[in-house]
Design a protein around this ligand. Structure first.
Ligand code: P71
Length: 462
């Protein structure tokens, strides 16, 4: 008897982009040239690019058609009004402020809400989000539940806030906590969702302290899908309705349109308070552009507007998360250590369990990402100590409990056979894991070091 229905894609392929296969020798020299950092590899040297799902989606025929009708007027672009209408309809906020991408929105938001000495609590850090909070003078405090730090924990909502931790932060910093920064889903925890019930409870708590909630809505459709699947009482509801419920439990959001909304560039800040929005627009014209384009071209805004609509459709999101899960379950079946449950946008290998003998100071996740590239030309991303960087006050290296390699799946880009090839390469690296050498950092940039840091393999004498 057939017991399972597959998640096959709700689209067919109209255009293809050839990719280059490389030899082991070519990959060895490319990796060396890139300082063993997958961010520094050239795209032409990559076979399957799982570095990120950011700006790497395949746009639909409708999005491409929309690009042609993009209105490139400097002021009052028609495309902006279509973007504004789509964002209002699908996320429910009154004020929509366009930005060039997510971090543009984070910058403006941090500048208008944070005063030096403030504290921002959140469900785990994200690199750019925390840096903008810190640059504005805040200290970030992680209030995510403990299970989020344990790769093997099966908790269905590892993005949840630990309400006691949050209560403590709010009580200890009266009127110094401008907002709580909540991500849906939580990228650094492995693409893990927050539940509607937990978000509502956080809302009740912050209301008592007169503190705002700002969502990072970058992957909110994926979060809403997990709520539909797992949260009692939510089955049978449309993902689009769950998204609106989530947004209604907050005061605004930052959005990178390069993820959920299926665009190659773009973003926005959305708020309900018109006075705050006015302050944001004042800064916008300095750093991003006029309030009716914010750093995007008219055609970009058109692609985002159409992408928002496509991203909240149940069939789309089921297939998107289904593909990620297909890869994850295959690897799990072979005993590969990874973050469970499988997240929304990628499979996160547990580098500490993969390479248990390697000290944290030798950057096991960075070394594993390099080894995977060498094996097959698959590009992944380190999400561990290198990404965490240094404490902004003490300058000490941060060693987060999670030391992960992210296999991030771009939306609508790769086939099931690509997922099979990826899984087989991970297995082959796993079987040879004893031969993977640790790394030492030989160049370390001051900000967001993971982007441009360079490494060398440690030899027997190190
Ligand atoms: C991802 C990215 C892109 C990225 C950014 C920084 C380091 C490495 C890769 C970007 C996000 C994100 C969340 C939850 C805000 C941004 C910034 N993610 N929030 O995962 O995941 O958006 O890139 O449009 O500026 O590869 P932006």
């Amino acid at each position: 008897m057939l017991t399972r229905r597959s998640w096959a894609e709700p689209f067919r392929i109209k255009v293809v982009e050839p990719v280059r296969m490389t030899t082991p020798e070519e990959r060895r020299s490319a990796l060396q040239e890139a300082g063993h950092n997958t961010f520094l590899l050239k795209s032409r040297d990559v076979y399957i690019d799982l570095l990120t799902d950011s700006g790497t989606s395949a746009m639909s025929d409708r999005q491409w058609a929309g690009m042609m009708i993009g209105d490139e007027a400097y002021a009052g672009s028609e495309s902006f009004y279509r973007l504004e209408a789509a964002a209002r309809k699908r996320y429910g906020y009154a004020q929509v402020i366009p930005t060039h991408q997510g971090r543009g929105a984070e910058h403006i938001l941090s500048r208008i809400l944070i005063r030096p000495g403030d504290v921002v609590a959140g469900n785990m850090y994200f690199t750019t989000t925390r840096l903008h909070q810190e640059l504005a003078g805040a200290r970030f405090v992680d209030v995510i539940i403990e299970e989020a730090h344990e790769p093997a924990s099966q908790h269905p909502f590892k993005g949840n806030v630990d309400l006691e931790k949050l209560e403590r932060v709010l009580a200890e910093n009266p009127s110094r906590t401008p907002y709580v920064s909540l991500a849906a889903t939580v990228n650094m925890a492995g693409g893990q969702p927050i539940s509607l019930a937990n978000l509502a409870a956080a809302r009740d708590l912050t209301r008592k302290h007169n503190v705002k909630i700002i969502l990072d809505a970058t992957r909110i459709a994926e979060n809403a899908f997990f709520i539909q699947e797992r949260e009692p009482g939510q089955q049978g509801r449309a993902v689009a309705d769950i998204i609106l419920d989530m947004c209604s439990l907050s005061d605004g959001c930052t959005m990178s349109a390069k993820k959920d909304p299926l665009a190659n560039i773009g973003g926005f800040l959305a708020l309900n308070d018109p006075d705050l929005a006015e302050e944001a627009r004042n800064l916008l014209v300095i750093y991003e552009g006029l309030h009716t384009y914010g750093g995007m071209s008219g055609r970009d805004m058109e692609a985002v507007a159409i992408g928002i609509e496509e991203s909240v459709q149940d069939d789309h999101i089921r297939a998107r998360v289904g593909q990620v899960r297909y890869l994850g379950e295959k690897l799990m079946g072979w005993g590969i250590p990874l973050v469970q449950p499988i997240g929304g946008h990628g499979v996160f290998l547990d580098a500490k369990a993969f390479l248990p003998a390697m000290p944290r100071e030798h950057y096991p996740a960075q070394a594993l990402a390099a080894a995977l590239y060498l094996d097959s030309g698959i590009r992944s991303m380190e999400r561990g100590a290198v990404s965490a960087g240094r404490d902004s006050e003490t300058g000490q290296e941060r060693f987060p409990r999670l030391e992960l390699v992210r296999l991030t799946i771009p939306r609508r880009v790769y086939t099931q056979a690509h997922m099979d090839v990826t899984a087989e390469s991970v297995l082959s690296v796993f079987e040879e894991r004893e031969s993977i050498a640790g790394l030492k950092m030989v160049y370390e940039p001051k900000y967001l070091r993971f982007f441009q840091a360079r490494f060398e393999p440690l030899g027997a004498g190190d």
